[in-house]
Design a protein around this ligand. Structure first.
Ligand code: FMN
Length: 162
């Protein structure tokens, strides 16, 4: 069973979760890297990021170094932006077609995850969503490491039994 963790992260939270999942399940990592990044600090990040979500933009990405279609189980992780997923997944999912994959979703948020999973699941129709987990600013709390690892392992165990 080949496992991949795909994520985008602006400020490190989603990266932290992605790395812990990959470590726990022995998976590979594919980070979505925008060609043009937005600032990590200040209010501009909210304006620029929010606008991209609102207008359903597909910001250009640096070419992917892995093909998600070569994997059986895929974890997809995004920060919550404007109550949805980061727009870089629009770019990804319009450039590759994922079908019949087992997919675990995770997101990192500050206040509320909003409609992040609902919107992402719509983009991933035709796949099997095998688990979902929200993390509130996970990087700040060390105990989150075990929560992340247990969640990821429980998904893999469940898939392996069926
Ligand atoms: C453009 C932008 C929009 C955001 N919108 C929301 C939101 O709607 N709800 C929320 O709870 N957090 C929101 N946040 C906060 C992030 O989801 C949160 O800080 C998350 O942990 C960041 O993940 P990262 O460190 O992987 O980038 C937003 C952050 C940015 C930059």
């Amino acid at each position: 069973m080949k496992k991949l963790v795909i994520y985008y992260s602006l400020e490190g939270n989603t990266r932290f979760v992605a790395q812990n999942i990959a470590d726990a399940i022995g998976g590979e990592i594919l980070e979505l890297k925008p060609k043009e990044s937005i600032p990590q600090k200040g209010v501009m990040k909210y304006l620029l990021g929010g606008k991209k979500v609102l207008f359903k933009e597909k910001p250009a990405l640096i070419s992917l170094d892995k093909d998600p279609n070569e994997y059986d189980v895929i974890f997809i992780g995004t920060p919550v932006w404007a109550s949805s997923y980061a727009p870089y997944f629009n770019t990804l999912l319009s450039s590759i077609e994922l079908k019949n994959k087992k997919i675990g979703l995770f997101c990192c948020y500050r206040g509320s995850a909003g409609k992040t999973f609902a919107h992402l699941e719509k983009q991933l129709e035709g796949n099997h969503i095998v688990g979902k987990m929200e993390f509130k600013e996970p990087i700040k709390v060390e105990e989150n490491k075990s929560k992340i690892r247990e969640w990821a392992n429980s998904i893999i165990e469940r898939i392996s039994v069926h």
